[in-house]
Design a protein around this ligand. Structure first.
Ligand SMILES: [Cu+2]
Length: 110
């Protein structure tokens, strides 16, 4: 059974490692009540990685955009890490439940 699973995954792994599917990780650090970036230009398939390094503030990140919906439901606090993958093109805003002024715009292209 184990062997079957590995055999099934192997072609997918090769496919993802080919240069045509090179994936960029856009790391955003949250500290001092701020995000390290307020705008990201990304490609479909890229990862946006949130790193919470804030001693004083809790951030709760979400997007209500139809094609890029997510919500970090738990309290996102110091030391936490959370990734989203860009699944389709378009621009959307990442907002924060805890801070109405916090906004990170993601421009995703094919
Ligand atoms: Cu915040």
């Amino acid at each position: 059974m184990q062997r079957l699973v590995i055999a099934a995954l192997f072609p997918i792994a090769l496919f993802l490692n080919s240069p045509a599917f090179a994936q960029t990780v856009h790391a955003i650090v949250f500290d001092d009540g701020k995000a390290s970036m307020t705008e990201i230009n990304a490609k479909v398939g890229d990862i946006v990685a949130f790193y919470h390094m804030d001693e004083d503030e809790a951030h709760q990140l979400y997007s209500t955009d139809e094609d890029h919906k997510f919500d970090v439901k738990h309290i996102f606090k110091n030391g936490d890490h959370f990734d989203i993958q860009i699944s389709s093109p378009g621009s959307f805003d990442i907002l924060c439940h805890a801070m109405p002024h916090m906004k990170i715009t993601v421009n995703a292209s094919d």
